[in-house]
Design a protein around this ligand. Sequence first.
Ligand code: BES
Ligand code: MN
Ligand code: ZN
Length: 528
Amino acid sequence: MSAYNFLNANFTEQLSTQSDEPLVIPVFGNKTFAKQAKTLDRDLAGLLTRNATLSSKFSAAPGQTLAIATPEGSAHDKIILLGMGDAKNINAASIDSAAHGLSAALSDLGATNATILGETISGLPVKAEELYASIAAATHEQAYTFNKYKTQKIQKLDDTIPTLNFVVKKPTAAEQHYNALTIISEGKMLAQDLGNEPPNVLYPESYALRVKDLLEPLGVEVDIIDVHGMNHLGMHAALAVGESAGAKPCMVVMKYDGRSDKDKKNGKNSAPLSFVGKGITMDTGGYNIKTRAMGKMKLDMCGSASVVGAMYTLAKQKSNANLVSIVGLAENRISESAYLPSAIIDSMAGFTIEVGNTDAEGRLVLADAITYMKRTYKPHTIIDLATLTGACIQAHGHDKAGFFTNTKSLVKAFQKAADNTGEAIAHDPIEEKHIRAMDGELADLTNSCNSPDQDILRAGHITAAAFLKHFAEQGSKTKWAHIDIAGTAIPPSGMASGWGVKLLTDFANTQAAPAPAPKKAKTPAPKP
Ligand code: BES
Ligand code: MN
Ligand code: ZN
């Protein structure tokens, strides 16, 4: 059972002959109907195809809908044509659009329940049961709400959970797919819940305890490094940020090893994959106080939330991956102990850092988290997620995250994960000029470049990545990617999106999947 229930999805084999629910009929590219839909159309004397052809607004693009009233006495009083786009182009993004269109059409009709004719058509890249399970999961995810602080409305919302009845050839298989997808949805919604919590409820210490509660029952080892531990380790960059607040900072380490006993014994994949997340539970900017959009900055921990959500999903999936992740949790505030602009601070890696701007705090926390991870667990790859820069939103908007790496093969791997999940990325190369821009004047590095070059100033997302690269490569080069989710995790609505859970989960599972068996030699072996 999922911890989240925003939708009841049922899968059945038979289309009921009489129902007051709207019947949803998927229509593919070129307004193509599948087999059973064609039969229904014939029974209705061509009503469906006629409407589809005549409508100039309905081209069957993903998520477009057309509501059609049926004649008195028909099996269904309302039929909704649901655009799916070209069968061969169906992917995570078009499935999301279809789910959006479906929910919107139902709410236009004032309906909470519907039957979906889950037919397949030639050219579909996935099986019908996978497609409709994915539409169900996407609809469920889109129905997410965060209402725990609404004392009056909970009862009402519980009563209005929509029910979708999918009619498919293989209902058991579809349900199995749906249940598997639910584990991913749960991780995403968990990340959304963490993001949406207000900063007076979710601050570093309470957050760390919540991570323990969430992950330990799934077999994830959770260790908290408190202020004393951080001091002992020399995490002075992260401490400089966190000591601005009454709520003390901490780091949370999460270990999950899903390898088989045999792989463990043989030392296969003994170096883990590592996720690192920025967890600023409130970013006021510090003394360089924010002059705009401070209200959204409780969401400045969404990188960490996605790491926690991905760890949750991977552990619940019993993934084969070997993972060690860390989130750096802190508030960035103003107080007598707050760090000052132009202060020179130390870091665990040994680099000294000039504080060019107290609002460039995320990279300071990440720097120490990355160093600790490298030194303690020697991961083969580090992926960090952070709501790091406003510049990234300027450059890529809210639909694509910024992607930066020191390893070419990670671009390809993440492009693939992005295609699989619909969580899109834009790759920005880090150039020498971006690295030089982060040289300090009095110290080794600065946390905020002050270049006269307008191009460099506009590239604040790339220079931030260049800063982190120093830490990923200190001592020895570790394969590393940084994903700036400032725009994707924090949509204009201000509700956490949970962006990144799917991407990280997909990437980790691809890494952990056993390599395909070597191909047999093509030339036959010579006869003895
Ligand atoms: N958390 C912010 C980045 C951010 C801004 C995320 C808006 C989501 C929406 C980050 O800590 C920050 O303040 N970055 C500064 C960096 C600058 C001072 C070098 C920025 O982007 O302005
Ligand atoms: Mn900031
Ligand atoms: Zn921040």
